[in-house]
Write a new protein. Structure first.
Length: 316
Protein backbone atom coordinates (compact mmCIF):
# COMPACT_ATOMS: atom_id res chain seq x y z
CA UNK A 1 0.00 0.00 0.00
CA UNK A 2 1.27 3.50 -0.82
CA UNK A 3 0.09 6.93 0.34
CA UNK A 4 -0.60 10.32 -1.21
CA UNK A 5 2.12 13.00 -0.90
CA UNK A 6 -0.70 15.24 0.34
CA UNK A 7 -0.56 13.40 3.67
CA UNK A 8 2.96 14.67 4.30
CA UNK A 9 3.39 17.99 6.07
CA UNK A 10 6.48 20.10 6.70
CA UNK A 11 7.56 21.13 10.20
CA UNK A 12 9.90 24.07 10.77
CA UNK A 13 11.29 23.09 14.18
CA UNK A 14 14.75 22.29 12.82
CA UNK A 15 15.14 25.06 10.25
CA UNK A 16 13.73 28.28 11.75
CA UNK A 17 16.06 28.63 14.75
CA UNK A 18 19.83 28.31 15.03
CA UNK A 19 19.98 25.30 17.36
CA UNK A 20 17.95 22.11 17.69
CA UNK A 21 18.49 18.46 18.61
CA UNK A 22 18.31 16.93 15.11
CA UNK A 23 21.38 14.98 14.04
CA UNK A 24 23.52 16.34 11.23
CA UNK A 25 22.75 20.04 11.64
CA UNK A 26 26.41 20.96 11.21
CA UNK A 27 26.47 19.13 7.89
CA UNK A 28 23.07 20.39 6.72
CA UNK A 29 23.15 24.00 7.90
CA UNK A 30 26.84 24.81 8.23
CA UNK A 31 27.71 27.90 10.22
CA UNK A 32 25.47 30.33 8.34
CA UNK A 33 22.67 30.71 10.87
CA UNK A 34 21.87 34.40 11.05
CA UNK A 35 18.22 35.44 10.97
CA UNK A 36 18.58 36.32 7.28
CA UNK A 37 20.33 33.01 6.51
CA UNK A 38 17.67 30.90 8.19
CA UNK A 39 14.83 32.94 6.72
CA UNK A 40 16.21 32.25 3.24
CA UNK A 41 16.72 28.57 4.04
CA UNK A 42 13.21 28.27 5.46
CA UNK A 43 11.74 29.83 2.33
CA UNK A 44 13.72 27.44 0.10
CA UNK A 45 12.41 24.47 2.09
CA UNK A 46 8.85 25.80 1.89
CA UNK A 47 9.20 26.37 -1.86
CA UNK A 48 10.39 22.79 -2.33
CA UNK A 49 7.64 21.42 -0.08
CA UNK A 50 4.88 23.29 -1.91
CA UNK A 51 6.22 22.24 -5.30
CA UNK A 52 6.20 18.62 -4.09
CA UNK A 53 2.53 18.79 -3.07
CA UNK A 54 2.85 19.46 0.65
CA UNK A 55 0.01 21.63 1.92
CA UNK A 56 0.33 21.51 5.73
CA UNK A 57 2.98 23.51 7.60
CA UNK A 58 3.69 23.06 11.32
CA UNK A 59 5.23 25.84 13.41
CA UNK A 60 5.20 26.95 17.07
CA UNK A 61 5.80 30.02 19.17
CA UNK A 62 9.04 28.45 20.42
CA UNK A 63 10.49 27.57 17.01
CA UNK A 64 12.64 30.67 16.83
CA UNK A 65 11.08 32.86 14.12
CA UNK A 66 9.13 30.09 12.40
CA UNK A 67 5.77 31.87 12.46
CA UNK A 68 7.37 35.09 11.20
CA UNK A 69 9.26 33.30 8.41
CA UNK A 70 6.15 31.40 7.36
CA UNK A 71 3.94 34.50 7.37
CA UNK A 72 6.45 36.29 5.16
CA UNK A 73 6.62 33.36 2.76
CA UNK A 74 2.84 33.10 2.51
CA UNK A 75 2.56 36.81 1.75
CA UNK A 76 5.30 36.65 -0.88
CA UNK A 77 4.16 33.54 -2.72
CA UNK A 78 1.02 33.71 -4.90
CA UNK A 79 -0.79 30.40 -5.13
CA UNK A 80 -0.35 29.36 -1.51
CA UNK A 81 -3.97 29.87 -0.50
CA UNK A 82 -4.30 26.09 -0.23
CA UNK A 83 -1.68 25.84 2.52
CA UNK A 84 -3.00 25.08 6.01
CA UNK A 85 -1.00 26.21 9.01
CA UNK A 86 -0.80 24.57 12.41
CA UNK A 87 0.97 26.23 15.32
CA UNK A 88 1.45 25.64 19.02
CA UNK A 89 1.54 27.56 22.27
CA UNK A 90 3.02 26.64 25.65
CA UNK A 91 6.75 27.12 25.11
CA UNK A 92 8.63 30.41 24.69
CA UNK A 93 11.83 30.68 22.69
CA UNK A 94 14.50 32.22 24.94
CA UNK A 95 17.68 31.18 23.13
CA UNK A 96 18.55 34.68 21.94
CA UNK A 97 19.48 33.28 18.51
CA UNK A 98 22.59 31.65 20.00
CA UNK A 99 23.52 28.02 19.41
CA UNK A 100 25.38 27.93 22.73
CA UNK A 101 22.51 29.23 24.90
CA UNK A 102 22.09 27.40 28.21
CA UNK A 103 18.29 27.31 27.76
CA UNK A 104 16.51 27.49 24.41
CA UNK A 105 12.85 27.31 25.42
CA UNK A 106 10.70 27.57 28.55
CA UNK A 107 7.41 25.75 29.08
CA UNK A 108 4.32 27.40 30.57
CA UNK A 109 0.78 26.05 30.21
CA UNK A 110 -1.18 28.79 31.97
CA UNK A 111 -4.20 30.76 30.80
CA UNK A 112 -2.02 33.87 30.70
CA UNK A 113 0.49 32.11 28.46
CA UNK A 114 -2.28 31.02 26.10
CA UNK A 115 -3.71 34.54 25.93
CA UNK A 116 -0.32 36.08 25.16
CA UNK A 117 0.90 33.49 22.71
CA UNK A 118 -2.35 33.02 20.80
CA UNK A 119 -2.47 36.78 20.28
CA UNK A 120 1.09 36.66 18.90
CA UNK A 121 0.28 33.75 16.60
CA UNK A 122 -2.88 35.40 15.28
CA UNK A 123 -1.07 38.70 14.74
CA UNK A 124 1.38 36.94 12.43
CA UNK A 125 -0.81 34.30 10.81
CA UNK A 126 -4.33 35.73 10.99
CA UNK A 127 -6.95 33.61 9.29
CA UNK A 128 -4.25 31.33 7.87
CA UNK A 129 -4.04 29.66 11.29
CA UNK A 130 -6.11 26.49 10.97
CA UNK A 131 -4.87 24.36 13.87
CA UNK A 132 -3.58 25.42 17.30
CA UNK A 133 -2.07 22.88 19.69
CA UNK A 134 -1.03 22.92 23.33
CA UNK A 135 2.69 22.30 22.94
CA UNK A 136 3.73 19.02 24.62
CA UNK A 137 0.70 18.66 26.87
CA UNK A 138 1.14 16.30 29.81
CA UNK A 139 -0.92 15.38 32.84
CA UNK A 140 1.78 16.89 35.05
CA UNK A 141 1.46 20.48 33.78
CA UNK A 142 -2.25 20.53 34.65
CA UNK A 143 -3.28 21.97 31.28
CA UNK A 144 -5.60 19.03 30.56
CA UNK A 145 -7.54 19.76 33.76
CA UNK A 146 -7.51 23.58 33.58
CA UNK A 147 -11.07 24.76 32.89
CA UNK A 148 -9.89 28.33 32.33
CA UNK A 149 -7.51 27.30 29.58
CA UNK A 150 -10.18 25.06 28.09
CA UNK A 151 -12.71 27.90 27.99
CA UNK A 152 -10.18 30.22 26.34
CA UNK A 153 -9.24 27.62 23.75
CA UNK A 154 -12.91 26.93 23.09
CA UNK A 155 -13.32 30.57 22.08
CA UNK A 156 -10.67 29.99 19.44
CA UNK A 157 -12.38 26.76 18.41
CA UNK A 158 -15.64 28.62 18.02
CA UNK A 159 -13.90 31.03 15.63
CA UNK A 160 -13.18 28.09 13.33
CA UNK A 161 -9.67 27.12 14.45
CA UNK A 162 -9.25 23.43 15.25
CA UNK A 163 -7.59 23.09 18.67
CA UNK A 164 -5.67 20.14 19.99
CA UNK A 165 -2.54 18.99 21.76
CA UNK A 166 0.92 17.85 20.84
CA UNK A 167 2.55 15.20 23.01
CA UNK A 168 6.02 14.06 23.99
CA UNK A 169 7.45 11.65 26.54
CA UNK A 170 6.78 8.06 27.59
CA UNK A 171 3.24 8.89 28.80
CA UNK A 172 1.94 10.30 25.49
CA UNK A 173 -0.95 7.83 25.50
CA UNK A 174 -2.19 9.12 28.86
CA UNK A 175 -2.24 12.70 27.56
CA UNK A 176 -4.09 11.75 24.37
CA UNK A 177 -6.75 9.78 26.22
CA UNK A 178 -7.26 12.49 28.85
CA UNK A 179 -7.58 15.15 26.17
CA UNK A 180 -10.22 13.11 24.35
CA UNK A 181 -12.40 13.38 27.47
CA UNK A 182 -12.40 17.18 27.60
CA UNK A 183 -15.69 18.84 26.65
CA UNK A 184 -16.62 22.50 26.54
CA UNK A 185 -20.28 23.38 26.00
CA UNK A 186 -20.98 19.72 25.40
CA UNK A 187 -18.57 19.45 22.45
CA UNK A 188 -15.12 17.84 22.30
CA UNK A 189 -12.47 20.51 22.71
CA UNK A 190 -9.35 18.77 21.43
CA UNK A 191 -9.79 17.39 17.92
CA UNK A 192 -6.19 17.38 16.68
CA UNK A 193 -3.41 15.24 18.10
CA UNK A 194 0.24 15.68 17.12
CA UNK A 195 2.40 12.98 18.67
CA UNK A 196 5.81 11.41 18.28
CA UNK A 197 5.45 8.07 16.54
CA UNK A 198 8.23 6.22 14.72
CA UNK A 199 9.80 2.80 14.29
CA UNK A 200 11.72 3.25 17.54
CA UNK A 201 8.84 4.73 19.62
CA UNK A 202 5.42 3.52 18.45
CA UNK A 203 3.81 3.21 21.91
CA UNK A 204 1.24 6.00 21.38
CA UNK A 205 -0.23 4.22 18.36
CA UNK A 206 -3.29 2.64 20.05
CA UNK A 207 -4.26 5.97 21.66
CA UNK A 208 -3.92 7.74 18.29
CA UNK A 209 -6.14 5.08 16.76
CA UNK A 210 -8.76 5.92 19.41
CA UNK A 211 -8.43 9.61 18.57
CA UNK A 212 -8.92 8.91 14.87
CA UNK A 213 -11.92 6.72 15.64
CA UNK A 214 -13.40 9.64 17.60
CA UNK A 215 -13.09 11.85 14.52
CA UNK A 216 -9.93 13.72 15.49
CA UNK A 217 -7.10 14.58 13.12
CA UNK A 218 -3.86 12.72 13.82
CA UNK A 219 -0.43 14.20 12.98
CA UNK A 220 2.81 12.26 13.41
CA UNK A 221 5.89 14.26 14.36
CA UNK A 222 9.49 13.08 14.53
CA UNK A 223 8.98 10.10 12.19
CA UNK A 224 12.77 9.94 11.67
CA UNK A 225 13.45 10.21 15.42
CA UNK A 226 15.31 13.53 15.26
CA UNK A 227 17.68 12.15 12.67
CA UNK A 228 18.32 8.71 14.17
CA UNK A 229 16.33 7.26 11.25
CA UNK A 230 17.89 9.44 8.57
CA UNK A 231 20.93 8.78 6.37
CA UNK A 232 24.06 9.12 8.49
CA UNK A 233 22.06 9.17 11.72
CA UNK A 234 22.52 5.57 12.88
CA UNK A 235 23.73 5.96 16.46
CA UNK A 236 24.64 2.33 16.96
CA UNK A 237 21.49 1.44 18.89
CA UNK A 238 19.87 -1.86 17.89
CA UNK A 239 16.73 -0.16 16.60
CA UNK A 240 18.48 2.44 14.46
CA UNK A 241 20.94 -0.11 13.10
CA UNK A 242 18.09 -2.53 12.35
CA UNK A 243 16.14 0.18 10.54
CA UNK A 244 19.17 1.07 8.44
CA UNK A 245 19.60 -2.60 7.53
CA UNK A 246 15.91 -2.95 6.62
CA UNK A 247 16.14 0.13 4.41
CA UNK A 248 19.25 -1.25 2.71
CA UNK A 249 17.43 -4.51 1.99
CA UNK A 250 14.57 -2.52 0.48
CA UNK A 251 17.00 -0.41 -1.55
CA UNK A 252 15.79 2.93 -0.14
CA UNK A 253 17.18 5.58 2.23
CA UNK A 254 16.20 4.97 5.84
CA UNK A 255 14.25 8.25 6.09
CA UNK A 256 11.96 7.04 3.30
CA UNK A 257 11.38 3.74 5.05
CA UNK A 258 10.60 5.47 8.35
CA UNK A 259 8.13 7.91 6.81
CA UNK A 260 6.49 5.23 4.67
CA UNK A 261 5.84 3.11 7.77
CA UNK A 262 4.25 6.10 9.53
CA UNK A 263 2.05 6.83 6.52
CA UNK A 264 0.93 3.20 6.46
CA UNK A 265 -0.62 3.30 9.93
CA UNK A 266 -4.34 2.48 9.79
CA UNK A 267 -5.29 5.68 11.60
CA UNK A 268 -4.18 7.61 8.48
CA UNK A 269 -2.04 10.33 9.97
CA UNK A 270 -0.55 13.40 8.41
CA UNK A 271 3.20 12.79 8.76
CA UNK A 272 5.57 15.72 9.26
CA UNK A 273 8.87 16.02 7.46
CA UNK A 274 11.50 17.91 9.42
CA UNK A 275 13.61 18.58 6.34
CA UNK A 276 16.10 21.46 6.36
CA UNK A 277 17.16 21.20 2.69
CA UNK A 278 15.18 20.85 -0.55
CA UNK A 279 16.94 17.52 -1.17
CA UNK A 280 15.64 16.19 2.14
CA UNK A 281 12.14 17.37 1.22
CA UNK A 282 12.35 15.38 -2.03
CA UNK A 283 13.59 12.26 -0.24
CA UNK A 284 10.88 12.48 2.42
CA UNK A 285 8.09 12.99 -0.12
CA UNK A 286 9.30 9.99 -2.13
CA UNK A 287 8.28 7.84 0.85
CA UNK A 288 4.66 8.20 -0.20
CA UNK A 289 5.31 5.88 -3.15
CA UNK A 290 6.88 3.07 -1.12
CA UNK A 291 5.34 -0.25 -0.22
CA UNK A 292 6.13 -1.00 3.41
CA UNK A 293 8.09 -4.11 4.44
CA UNK A 294 6.66 -6.27 7.19
CA UNK A 295 8.12 -7.44 10.50
CA UNK A 296 9.62 -4.16 11.70
CA UNK A 297 8.00 -4.24 15.15
CA UNK A 298 11.17 -5.60 16.77
CA UNK A 299 12.93 -2.26 16.16
CA UNK A 300 10.91 -0.53 18.89
CA UNK A 301 12.71 0.56 22.04
CA UNK A 302 11.32 0.75 25.55
CA UNK A 303 9.58 4.17 25.63
CA UNK A 304 11.45 5.26 28.75
CA UNK A 305 14.76 4.37 27.13
CA UNK A 306 13.81 6.23 23.95
CA UNK A 307 12.82 9.42 25.75
CA UNK A 308 15.84 9.31 28.07
CA UNK A 309 18.07 9.06 25.04
CA UNK A 310 16.23 11.95 23.38
CA UNK A 311 16.51 14.16 26.48
CA UNK A 312 20.29 13.79 26.37
CA UNK A 313 20.66 15.04 22.81
CA UNK A 314 22.63 18.26 22.56
CA UNK A 315 21.23 21.41 20.96
CA UNK A 316 23.59 22.27 18.12
Amino acid sequence: MTASPGRIGIGLAAVARPAYITSGRGRDLGQQRSVADLRARTWSVLDAAHAAGIRYVDVARSYGRAEEFLAGWLAARPGTDDVQVGSKWGYRYVGGWRTEADVHEIKEHSADAFAAQSAESLALLGDRLGVYHVHSATLETGVLADAGVHRAMAALRDRGVRVGISTSGPAQSDAVRRALEVRVDGEPLFTSFQSTWNLLEPSVGPALAEAAQAGARVIVKEPVANGRLAPGGDDGSPGATGAAAAAARAGVPVDQLAIAVALAQPWAPTVLSGAVTPAQVASNVAAAALAVPEDLEALAEDPREYWTRRSRRAWR
